[in-house]
Design a protein. Structure first.
Lengths: 140, 315
């Protein structure tokens, strides 16, 4: 019969930090993910690092996704990853989208970022990442 | 994986991280949560559990935000469980309630959890009942359960709480709609939101008439549901609503027989729900090939669906 694991839905949190207002990309992604069967916890824009980490703790998502279109993303991501470590939720994989420059990739993965999806990456890439990330998290 | 004792200890000590992980396991249908849940239920019964339901766009999230703000200002801790609909096509969902509750995000006296309804009739996810047990055992002073009220299937919430706030917009529906949906039996408190709408007073009047009629037909109910006008964006009427909620709880305290009858019905319903889940699980865990061959047999009238069900149930 049907798998017992059919309830193992992927929960993905999406949001933006700081004053970034270019939310079109992340809103579109939220809808695409919903249509692909993902449960999206949508935080919208203007979040603080601490507020976002609070949300990660309470919602326990499988993945946290952020979108950036401003140049300050390196600092924000560093603060976010530091805060996640300090508060015991560094096991939640972080993925980034938006305008992320190639030369920053190594720095960002050094902070702990697990996936970077710039312009040109497709929905299948993101879905495959979500599946991998949540599967590795459910095996404890 | 923690031991059941460790889960219970962490959750009753209001360890938010542990509670959040535990709720995820409930949602995933993990059978290992059961021993801890049994114990958590025994530790609960202190929180004031309030249901908030109504049609989409009525302003449930915003009202939940206003109530949260009000209770926080009065020193009470608040947990919110916000249930949003799953897409019937993909099974996915967009859970956006945190957006409207964002100004409480750094407050340790507030816990917000979003949940997708996962295609259950009645508008409530199957995980809601068990999640309420967790929140209750964490001893939040107030637990707000905000449920999706799609169509006319809002009734499930009254299986979980004896204080249901039913939201209506001023422009929503006429007398016939209200009567047809049978919503008069669900609400312990009615709220007409968007009170600045020209039709607001008419909506209040219609509700009052319906309530009078219901009271006449069921005089044993004793509680006459009040109608409150609110403006959830500005917060107008929230103080009034909070007062009516307190009145509802005072009424239940001063009418222990009614409160007890409500609770009996809720627990009985929960037992029935768990039984159904157990039957579902039994079916899922039955060897597929065996079930398939029995079904094939039934198609050619060699057996019948009743016998198949009996066999699976008694396995």
């Amino acid at each position: 019969m049907e798998s017992v694991l059919k309830e193992q839905k992927i929960r993905c949190m999406l949001g933006m930090l700081g004053t970034d207002v270019h939310n079109k990309g992340i809103r579109t992604l939220a809808q695409l993910l919903r249509d692909a069967g993902i449960e999206v916890i949508y935080l919208g824009e203007h979040n603080t690092v601490e507020g976002m980490v609070d949300a990660v703790i309470a919602e326990d998502p499988d993945v946290l996704g952020l979108s950036f279109s401003t140049a300050s993303y390196v600092q924000y991501v560093e603060r976010l990853c530091t805060c996640m470590r300090a508060r015991g939720v560094a096991d939640v994989p972080v993925m980034l989208g938006g305008i992320i420059h190639q030369e920053d990739h190594a720095t960002l993965t050094g902070f702990g970022v697990k996936g970077i999806f710039g312009p040109g990456s497709g929905l299948p890439d993101i879905l495959a990442f979500l599946q991998r990330a949540s599967a590795s998290r459910h095996v404890e | 994986m923690l031991s059941s004792e460790a889960w219970v200890e962490a959750i009753t000590a209001r360890n938010v991280r542990a509670a959040a992980r535990f709720i995820s396991r409930i949602e995933a249908g993990d059978p290992n949560v059961t021993p801890a849940l049994k114990e958590l239920y025994r530790r609960g019964g202190r929180s004031r559990i309030i249901g908030i339901t109504g049609p989409p766009g009525a302003g449930k999230s915003t009202l939940t935000g206003q109530l949260t703000k009000h209770y926080r200002e009065h020193g009470l801790s608040v947990a919110v469980l916000a249930v949003d609909p799953s897409s019937p096509h993909s099974g996915g969902a967009i859970l956006g309630d945190r957006l409207r509750l964002a100004n409480h995000s750094a407050d340790p006296g507030v816990f917000i959890r979003s949940m997708a309804s996962r295609g259950r009739l009645g508008g409530l996810a199957r995980a809601v009942g068990d999640t309420i047990i967790v929140l209750d055992a964490m001893r939040w002073d107030v637990v707000l359960i905000e449920t999706v009220g799609v169509g006319q299937s809002e009734t499930d919430i009254m299986r979980h709480t004896s204080a249901v706030i039913l939201l209506q917009t001023a422009m929503g529906g006429d007398e016939v709609q209200a009567a047809k949906a049978g919503i008069m039996e669900i609400g312990d408190i009615f709220v007409v939101n968007k009170a600045d709408h020209p039709e607001a007073d008419r909506a209040v009047r219609v509700l009052e008439e319906m309530i009078s009629l219901t009271q006449m037909l069921c005089p044993e109910k004793m509680w006459r549901p009040p109608v409150v006008k609110t403006q959830s964006l500005s917060g107008d009427g929230i103080g009034d609503l909070v007062e009516k909620i307190s009145e509802r709880f005072r009424f239940l305290e001063s009418h222990p027989d009614i409160a007890r009858a409500n609770r009996r019905e809720q627990v009985a319903h929960r037992v029935a729900e768990i039984l159904r889940d157990m039957a579902d699980r039994r079916l899922r865990e039955s060897p597929g090939s065996e079930v398939d061959s029995m079904i094939d047999d039934a198609i050619t009238r060699g057996t019948d669906p009743i016998t198949i069900a009996e066999r699976i149930f008694s396995q």
